[in-house]
Design a protein around this ligand. Structure first.
Ligand code: PLP
Length: 419
């Protein structure tokens, strides 16, 4: 038998190996600042923007002011960011085809000195939107809508689109075709029909309110929808999808949280794509919802040039857990017209998944999802950890790449040996 000392020296040796496994990440981490670490730079941009609008702190913290003053003209944009006259003209041209609009808050997160700033890439129109292939609706949403406003692709749950409005119109938006020039909450009569569909189909136990962005509705409208849905006995869960936690965190206040808490179980899913989006304001918005008992999940979109990097995703997921948001999904970007330059190869998603498992907390590991064509559903894509199958064992590959034999058999069960 091994001496205790021997055991401990083995453990120390193993600890040293584990320390080596994380070195590369720790080095990379220092060059991936979070929104909270950038708070001074963000504050300076905020001052510039407030000056342009002749506004103050109180306006800034008012979400309606933020919506009303969304930036959607190249002139104002050029006063905040370094944009030359050529880009200026392009932005105008793209704007005619694809709507753009940036909340003053989200604009303040952009580092004007950085050409490839990950926030800028998500917010400011870029000439690549006009080239590339892609289709308006690769998911075939139009073919999975049994009544207007509903998308149904699964046996027990469905989506209701409650508005087409958003706090910011993301350049990678997968529902571009729904984002018209006018903001339009789904009309009450249409909502009533959608709710009636849920009522008439008792197998539906989970409803997701999305859009657009569910939090762009007024508190009164949200309250009404939740009240109607909660009166349906077979409905177990209600989820809301909102990116305002990221792009317009001023929207989330105590009043909204109190409304949500009246209709539990309520879940909220959001979309952080980069650690720079995790700011003091976002953290505050998440805390208000989490304190109201709302579990928060994140649905990251894998975007070339923004987060197609294992270290960036790891840092993001760590930051999310610190603000009580669970990484839920990583979506492979679909071939939506005008967004194909953001698409990565599938291998990139798998590489990211490999870089997480074992290297960090299981809580920081979402599921990598490809949406099947024609709306046939979310499909998980995983790196392979079973190397081969034999009759009575498998070969397992561990997170560190060790290949090990693992028994795989059933012992006989005997009637007589059961009491
Ligand atoms: C994504 C989605 C859902 C929810 O899927 P989960 O895997 O349960 O999060 C439900 N309906 C539609 C149409 C969807 O696209």
């Amino acid at each position: 038998m091994a001496q205790p000392d021997n055991k401990q020296s083995k453990a120390l040796e193993r600890s040293n190996v584990l320390k080596e496994r994380i070195e590369k990440y720790l080095e990379a981490r220092s060059s991936i600042p979070t929104g909270r670490e950038r708070s001074q730079a963000i504050k300076e941009q905020k001052e510039i923007i407030l000056n342009i609008f002749g506004a103050g702190e109180e306006d800034w913290n008012n979400w309606e002011w933020q919506v009303k003053n969304r930036i959607s003209d190249p002139e104002t944009l050029a006063r905040v960011l370094n944009i030359d006259s050529q880009a200026h003209g392009k932005i105008e041209e793209i704007g005619e085809k694809y709507r753009w609009s940036i909340s003053p808050y989200y604009l303040s997160l952009i580092d004007p000195g950085e050409k490839w700033d990950p926030i800028k890439l998500q917010a400011v129109p870029c000439a690549m939107e006009l080239v590339g292939d892609g289709t308006p609706d690769p998911m075939g949403e139009e073919f999975t809508s049994p009544v207007p406003a509903i998308t149904r692709r699964y046996p027990d749950r469905l989506i209701i689109k409650v508005t087409n409005q958003c706090g910011m119109y993301c350049r990678h938006c997968q529902r571009r075709r729904s984002i018209g020039e006018v903001d339009r909450p789904t009309p009450v009569e249409e909502m009533e029909k959608a709710i009636a569909y849920v009522r008439d189909n008792p197998e539906i136990r989970d409803v997701l309110l999305t859009g657009g962005d569910a939090f762009m509705l007024s508190n009164e409208r949200i309250d009404w929808i939740l009240k109607e849905l909660r009166s349906i006995e077979h409905l177990e869960l209600i989820r809301l999808g909102s990116r305002t936690l990221v792009t317009l965190p001023q929207r989330v206040d105590k009043e909204l949280a109190e409304i949500l808490a009246r209709y539990h179980p309520i879940f909220v899913n959001t979309q952080f794509n980069h650690p720079r989006e995790v700011t003091e304001e976002s953290a505050r918005a998440c805390a208000i919802l989490a304190d109201a008992g709302v579990p928060l999940g994140n649905q990251m979109v894998l975007l070339r040039g923004i987060n197609d990097d294992p270290d960036v995703v790891k840092r993001l997921n760590h930051e999310l857990l610190r603000i009580r948001v669970s990484p839920y999904y990583i979506f492979h970007a679909k071939g939506v017209q005008g967004t194909t330059h953001f698409r990565t190869r599938v291998e990139k998603g798998m590489e990211i998944m490999e870089s997480l498992r074992g290297f960090t907390s299981g809580l920081a590991i979402p599921t990598f999802i490809i949406n099947a064509p024609y709306g046939y559903g979310k499909t998980p894509v995983l790196p392979e950890y079973v190397v081969s199958w034999a009759d009575d064992h498998i070969l397992l590959r561990t997170w560190e790449g060790r290949v090990m034999k693992y028994p795989n058999k059933l012992d006989p069960w005997n009637d007589e040996e059961i009491f």
